[in-house]
Design a protein. Structure first.
Length: 387
């Protein structure tokens, strides 16, 4: 693409893509690729299994990373968004950037295409020849479905191709440095019964009734989990223990049919440094004990790991100095940092916008934060990729 857009205009282009997770993200990936591709910049796609989506990695500067220091910087964001929901609750088109009351409104403006736009333009504006260490952009797919794109990335990225050690995950943190977050495990417990006419219930086996026993047992376990603590609990004062929640129950097909199936969906929010395998084991055993005499299955569907970066990590110290922050902040939502940290990458969540308005109608990003974030990112790029 020959001409560069302003940060605002680029944000407007990005939110105009209906990149809700159920859709392919290839149109927005194509746009970013075309926008950034030029001599000195490498554009790499890692497609998912069916080719309908892709992670996008854009690399500028030196093509190799020194294994001893792993210098450079990664700016990472996801390009998928949650559905807009009821359009009647929006004051404007969710896929058209609207300026109002000092904010930019659109689905994804805050979570997290605002950061994406700044990162893209930052790389578009820089001269790769002036970079002494790599500047890398990483955009993932299906983060909103459980950090699936990041999980795919760490599985398929070549082990011998080292990445910079320092990374900023541009989740909306109101421009505060977040060095830890909880993980999220998605699980299901499925009870199998036997269908029959409700006039002859002795010929069937009700799947919902034992499922109710499982739900009651999980409610008791939830209270036990609430009392558990670990070394990071002090940074999650509102919910200092692991959060276990039954979130969906699906069973039965008609009032006059004995239900043959009931599926319980549940989620577990695990604190950094907690043994998630032990917690899952307790959940599995609780389901097993409550389902005695029944045909059931228990399955872990997805694991978005927790993460915690050291207070001594260079990227964390640099951001804290930049924003004059002296306290540790932990957040309860998961992010791509959980997976990327498994590659030995020091991640910090840092971006404009507030998570409190994400996933809601009339999502917005404050214009002053959006404008303030750019020079901060430029300063960090200067420090980690130029100086």
């Amino acid at each position: 693409m020959s001409s560069k857009l302003s940060d605002k205009d680029l944000l407007a282009r990005l939110v105009a893509f209906d990149s809700v997770s159920v859709n392919s993200n290839l149109p927005i990936v194509d746009f970013i690729s075309d926008y950034l591709e030029r001599p000195g910049v490498s554009v790499i796609r890692l497609a998912n299994d069916d080719g309908s989506k892709a992670n996008l990695l854009v690399w500028a500067g030196p093509t190799e990373v020194d294994e001893n220091c792993r210098a450079g910087l990664i700016l990472s964001g996801h390009v998928d968004v949650v559905p807009a929901g009821d359009l009647n609750e929006w004051q404007s088109d969710p896929f058209e950037l609207t300026e109002r009351d000092g904010n930019y409104f659109a689905r994804g403006s805050c979570d997290m295409k605002g950061f994406d736009a700044l990162a893209v333009n930052l790389l578009a504006e820089i001269d790769p020849e002036k970079l002494s260490s790599p500047l890398v952009l990483l955009f993932s797919f299906d983060e909103e479905l459980g950090t699936l794109g990041a999980a795919h990335f760490i599985k398929h990225w070549p082990a011998d191709k080292l990445l910079p050690r320092n990374a900023i995950i541009g989740e909306p943190t109101s421009l505060k440095a977040v060095r830890m977050h909880k993980g999220h495990l998605a699980m299901s417990a499925t009870v199998h019964g036997q269908p029959a006419h409700t006039g002859s219930p002795h010929l069937g086996k009700n799947a919902i009734e034992p499922a109710a026993k499982i739900i009651n047992a999980l409610a008791k376990l939830r209270k036990e989990f609430e009392e558990l603590r670990c070394d990071t609990s002090e940074y999650f004062k509102e919910v200092p223990g692991p959060g276990l929640n039954v979130t969906t129950v699906m069973g039965g097909q008609a009032i006059n049919v004995i239900p043959e199936l009931c599926e319980i969906g549940l989620g577990l929010r695990v604190l950094p440094w907690m043994d998630s395998e032990d917690l899952v084991g307790r959940i599995r055993e609780t389901v097993k004990e409550a389902a005695v005499g029944c045909d059931f299955e228990f399955e872990v569907l997805n694991d978005s790991p927790s993460f915690c970066v050291s207070e001594d990590a260079d990227i964390y110290k640099s951001i804290c100095a930049l924003v004059k922050q002296n306290q540790t902040i932990g957040v309860t939502f998961a992010s791509d940092a959980g997976h990327l940290s498994l590659l030995g990458i020091d991640c910090v969540l840092f971006g404009p916008g507030a998570i409190e308005v994400a996933h809601k109608p009339n999502e917005f990003i404050p214009i002053d934060e959006f404008n303030k974030a750019k020079p901060m990112l430029e300063q960090l790029v200067q420090q980690f990729c130029v100086d």
